[in-house]
Write a protein that binds this ligand. Structure first.
Ligand SMILES: NC(=O)C1=CN([C@@H]2O[C@H](COP(=O)(O)OP(=O)(O)OC[C@H]3O[C@@H](n4cnc5c(N)ncnc54)[C@H](O)[C@@H]3O)[C@@H](O)[C@H]2O)C=CC1
Ligand SMILES: CC(=O)C(=O)O
Ligand SMILES: [Mg+2]
Length: 646
């Protein structure tokens, strides 16, 4: 193509772009956040021709310039019109939006799986564009790539599986993992999310199909925490499944045998950990959706030797603490009043116990951080599991739940008993907070919510944290319509906006609730409803990576929680808005990651990252740490590609 003709094409594409922007204001917003790569150092690739088009890390599709097409032997392999990134996204979005004409209602969206498929295909062919689409539309598509749709994806994975993503280590690979790990093409991996598929969201054992959760979480980490997608690795450890349906399913993709247990199970996970830390010594490994039986054991086993954390135990706890402190502030009280809160927790699994341990620790610190503070904090919790209220009369009590078992004498004085039902407990305790991590949809029934109306709090808080949407303990609509509008509400999965006719003293008014993705970067309420989800804790990964911390300490997790808690202004919190909007997720990430780095420096755990060694890190001021984080957050931009022979 002559340079004149090429120049005309560029000019015409810029006028097309202008017209597109007039028609679609969101495009202008997108292009502001998309910085040009002109003048940047080119990226060397060892591939040419079709190999590049088939590589999602390097593929730009129709956006390859004519000079690049010549340089990389792509000429003739693409339609001749060179498109701008804006045009590419416009074309893609037009396709995706076709499904949305009658489907604007989030979780019950009948096209959710179709949207996931379209996005997944884009992910397979062009990662840069995929993350541009996700970042620019995070509120809308986080519920597709993550909860609730990711749950549906995992349940249907055998049918949806097309191109493999991530790595699979199975019980059959024992003895081979140290070499297998070198089959992954990237020399650098910063973040691994690993699952054994034994407890996927609230959906139970989904075996190998649980890989979807590791993929979905990492998608958000890239979009929200600015982790480089070329350096993330979703992993499935397939030790079999105890899901009888999958064991009989001829289309099931995993090992069709019952799960390994005991020492055999540990040997597989040990081998995996050794292999990945041998090849990538600086990686952070996040354990996700392991059944509680293993979640705590593996955390104890590895946390002082490897850079790892368990998101369901520790990430959930961090975000819940931020929310619980926010709920105290929403009552117009100082955070230091947290140890006075009466908290009923439904669910004593990996997530529930993780939250309880962290809440106990936070209260104890506020009460003096001594033994008696730890003891007296325990009086603030009532824990209900599948067998009712847990007391010291319970037989075969899970050791992790043991500290929270109430003394039977004390409980009798409160008019309760071992195994008391949730509604009985709420009636007698009149709690400030009712928190659900039970995986039982509708557990906060009309009766339970009616009982909460007698709460002694000026503003009771309801955290219906179970996922996906159908497992939420109650909906915001139920909570607000039964308990009243003077509550704080947060959910684990997003709920569609609802207009409620709320009876208030001033008459009937309409309230709009919206929820967004919480845990990692919780909620985006327009009134009091918000999503609370451990997602903000991908930031732990970013903070750990950039500090080069040897391990992830309790202090680093606490620093992240406190930073998240302090993020909201007094005015917002008094309105019941206790978590920031997901649309500000990258800004929150920066702040929280900086807090994690600072803590790791203070605890003398930081060893530095790339050119920033430990000594340099220690010299950084607060502003410089923020700048350092910002400069190291990945953004989706096409690099200029230059071919280099191997
Ligand atoms: N929003 C968030 O950030 C997070 C949400 N979760 C969700 O929390 C739920 C639980 O996760 P895990 O603790 O790992 O599961 P788990 O299976 O380890 O624990 C579930 C607990 O709920 C209890 N339970 C069952 N039926 C109950 C009932 N009728 N009343 C009271 N308790 C009952 C069980 O006895 C058990 O203690 C899942 O739905 C998961 O998706 C988990 C992590 C983070
Ligand atoms: C959000 C999450 O980690 C869970 O539901 O398991
Ligand atoms: Mg999880």
């Amino acid at each position: 193509m002559s340079s004149k003709l090429y120049g005309q094409m560029r000019a015409s594409s810029s006028s097309v772009l202008k017209r597109l922007k007039q028609k679609n204001p969101w495009l202008s917003q997108w292009s502001r956040s998309f910085t040009t790569t002109e003048g940047h150092r080119p990226t060397m690739v060892h591939k040419r021709s079709l190999d590049i088009l088939h590589d999602p890390w390097f593929n730009k599709g129709t956006a390859f310039t004519m000079t690049e097409r010549d340089r990389l032997d792509l000429r003739g392999l693409l339609p001749p019109n060179v498109m701008s990134t804006e045009q590419q996204i416009e074309r893609f979005m037009a396709d995706l939006k076709r499904l949305e004409v009658q489907a604007r209602d989030g979780p019950s969206d009948p096209y959710a799986l179709a949207k996931w498929r379209i996005l997944n295909r884009l992910h397979d062919r062009n990662e840069t564009m995929y993350y541009n689409v996700l970042i620019a539309n995070i509120e809308e598509y986080a519920p597709i790539v993550y909860t609730p749709t990711v749950g549906l994806v995992c349940q249907n994975y055998s049918g949806l599986f097309r191109r493999p993503r991530g790595m699979y280590f199975s019980a059959e690979d024992r003895g081979e993992m140290m070499s297998m790990v070198y089959n992954w093409p990237a020399d650098q991996v910063d973040m691994i999310v690993v699952t054994d598929g034994s407890r996927i969201l609230g959906l139970g054992d989904l075996g190998v199909q649980g890989i979807g959760i590791a993929i979905g979480k990492l998608d958000l980490y890239v979009a929200a925490a600015g982790i480089n997608p070329q350096r993330v690795l979703p992993v499935m450890i397939d030790v079999g499944t105890n899901n009888e349906k999958l064991l009989k399913d001829p289309l099931y993709l995993g090992l069709q045998r019952h799960r390994l247990d005991g020492d055999e199970y540990i040997a597989v996970v040990d081998e995996f950990m050794e292999a990945v830390f041998t090849r990538w010594p600086h990686v952070t490994v996040q354990f996700e959706d392991f059944q509680s039986k293993w979640a705590f054991k593996l955390l104890q086993r590895y946390r002082t030797t490897y850079r790892m954390f368990n998101d369901d135990v520790q990430g959930t706890a961090g975000v819940a603490i931020a929310g619980l402190l926010g709920a105290v502030r929403a009552q117009g009280r100082p955070m230091i009043d947290f140890p006075k809160q009466k908290i009923v927790v439904a669910g004593a699994g990996s997530a529930g116990i993780g939250v309880l341990n962290a809440a106990r620790k936070t209260m104890a610190r506020m009460l003096g951080n001594n033994e008696s503070a730890y003891e007296s904090a325990l009086r603030q919790f009532w824990v209900v599991d599948a067998n009712g209220l847990i007391t010291d009369e319970r037989e075969n009590i899970d050791p992790d739940a043991l500290p929270f078992a109430r003394k039977i004498k004390e409980i009798h004085r409160q008019g309760l008993r071992e195994g008391a039902s949730l509604v009985e407990v709420v009636k007698q305790v009149k709690p400030d907070v009712l928190l659900g991590l039970s995986a039982v949809g509708g557990l906060f029934s009309k009766e339970v919510l009616e009982a909460l109306k007698c709460s002694t709090s000026t503003r009771p808080a309801i955290f219906a944290m179970s996922n996906p949407t159908k497992n939420a303990e109650c909906t915001p609509e139920e909570a607000f319509s039964i308990v009243g509008d003077n509550i704080v509400f947060a959910s684990g999965s997003p709920f569609k906006d609802v207009d409620l006719e709320l009876q208030s003293k001033s008459g009937t008014r309409s309230a709009k609730f919206s929820s967004i993705l919480g845990k990692f970067f919780a909620g985006m309420p327009s009134l009091q409803s918000v999503e609370i989800n451990n997602n903000p804790f991908s930031v732990i990964g970013l903070g750990t990576l950039l500090s080069g911390s040897r391990i992830i300490s309790d202090g680093m997790l606490q620093a992240a929680a406190e930073c998240l808690a302090a993020y909201m202004s007094e005015e917002e919190v008094l309105k019941g808005v206790i978590y920031p909007s997901i649309s500000s997720i990258r800004d929150i990430t920066k702040e929280v990651a900086a807090a994690v780095i600072k803590e790791s420096i203070e605890e003398d755990l930081a060893e530095g990252y790339r050119e920033m060694d430990a000594r340099e890190l220690q010299k950084l001021s607060q502003e410089e740490i923020l700048e350092y984080v910002k400069n190291n957050m990945w953004s989706p931009e096409y690099p200029t590609l230059v071919y280099k022979q191997d």
